[in-house]
Design a protein around this ligand. Structure first.
Ligand SMILES: Cc1ncc(COP(=O)(O)O)c(C=O)c1O
Length: 412
């Protein structure tokens, strides 16, 4: 199946809002998002304001504009704006939470086998420094229902568990975890909860107040499609005293009676380009208006499309869907056969020879990962407004050919 522009499936009529390369079938919104043109324009206007009068921007406009974002985000995720701080990404936000907890040697931090590696890596470093221990609950995959998650996580709790980190939507396996139920159960055992919601905003309805976790972090640059470098951190009011950014700016010693330290310290962490965060309202405006029904309609459309897209890929390849539809957001993971032994030492650009071939031969951008904790190899598809079912059918055909080719090569 050699690709030509005539065989390449079209994107949807909404694709004109994005600047995506027309020569690529882009099925990986989940990794880094993709920013619509109007949002890039809004970010450029903020940058122009910054460069017109940098001193006034950093000393006067920045806090005011951050408060505008705070109000808008508070309404979007249902929480008090004063409980929100911002960070460049979920990686930094999670490290910030870890740095603000008084861990003692022997304290356990409970994660599970579907957690994102940046949190696990940070915990590894912390363990070496402080003598804390990372405990991994084994959540199965394939999975049939959320009770399996609850049982696995709660079975790994011990009297030493101090904090649990749970993804709202898992990165490698693309399933929605029962974060509200887990938070309640963990709180009943006296354990603090950090929810890693990197993927959640605009994939699931987010009610941070109702969830009640001690800390909630999330990215806007993934599914809200804001510019890269825009994330938030919600901290319960009782935990905000002394909760500080990873780096302290030149301003933190200034005593202020007009602003809580939690806000003032996070709003300015040194000279940087804050325009990605300040453009978040433009991204929310875009999705509010692009479809009748706004973001709820967008989430339903994307979910429905990914369910159909997964079915198309499974049909073409004969692979089985590894998770129920009601656990899927706007992404879906499909388990692939293990990388053939003959290909294990191949040098790759994207991490797996199959992903390289999908890009090089078919111009399809979709991740192929190995996650030893969860079985073999995976591909994860994402459905965003610019995608169509025909694109997933095209991936299905390409994958069927490539998996067949892998089997042939391996047996030669
Ligand atoms: C569950 C999860 N947490 C954290 C991250 C890190 O996000 P960022 O790259 O924005 O720091 C990711 C990125 O994909 C993720 O999937």
């Amino acid at each position: 199946m050699k690709t030509t522009t005539s065989t390449r499936p079209s994107r949807s009529e909404f694709a004109t809002h994005w600047r995506l390369d027309p020569a690529i079938t882009f099925l990986n919104h989940g990794s880094y998002g993709a920013c619509p043109e109007v949002v890039i324009d809004a970010q450029n206007e903020i940058r122009a304001l910054m460069e017109r009068e940098p001193v006034r921007f950093f000393m006067q406009h920045l806090e005011r504009l951050t408060d505008v974002v705070r109000e808008r985000v508070g309404a979007f995720v249902n929480c008090a704006p004063k409980d929100l701080a911002f960070a460049p990404n979920a990686t930094v936000a999670i490290a910030t939470v870890l740095q603000n907890i008084d861990f003692k040697p022997g304290d356990e931090i409970l994660v599970n086998t579907h957690e994102y590696m940046s949190a696990i890596n940070e915990l590894g470093r912390m363990g070496e420094r402080l003598g804390t221990k990372t405990v991994k609950a084994k959540v199965p995959f394939p999975i049939t229902d959320e009770q399996q998650v609850i049982d696995a996580v709660m079975a790994a709790v011990t009297p030493r568990t101090k904090l649990a980190i749970i993804s709202h939507i898992t990165s490698p396996t693309a399933i929605i975890l029962p974060v509200k139920k887990l938070t309640d159960l963990l709180h009943a055992r006296g354990i603090r909860v950090l929810i890693d919601g990197a993927h959640a905003p605009a994939q699931v309805t987010l009610d941070v107040t109702d969830l009640g976790a001690d800390y909630y972090v999330a990215d806007f640059h993934k599914w809200v499609s804001s510019p890269k470098g825009s994330s938030f951190l919600h901290v319960q009011p009782g935990l905000q005293k002394g909760f500080r950014p990873i780096s302290l700016s030149s301003r933190v010693h200034n005593v202020r009676d007009d602003r809580a330290p939690f806000l003032a310290e996070f709003d300015y962490v040194g000279t940087s380009d804050y325009s990605a965060l300040l453009a978040v309202p433009a991204a929310l405006d875009f999705f509010d208006k692009v479809l009748p029904g706004g973001i709820p309609a967008l989430m339903k459309r994307n979910h429905d499309l990914v369910v159909k897209g997964r079915a198309a890929v499974c049909k073409a390849t004969g692979l089985a869907p590894p998770a129920p539809e009601d656990m899927l957001p706007s992404m879906a993971t499909i388990l692939l056969p293990a990388l053939p032994a003959a290909a294990r030492n191949t040098r790759t650009v994207f991490g797996d020879p199959l992903q390289d071939r999908l890009v090089d031969e078919y111009r399809i951008q979709v991740p192929v990962w190995a996650l030893p904790d969860c079985g073999t190899r995976f591909t994860r598809i994402s459905a965003q407004l610019y995608n169509t079912l025909a694109e997933f059918e095209y991936l299905g055909k390409a994958l069927a050919l490539e998996l067949e080719r892998e089997t042939r090569t391996d047996s030669e």
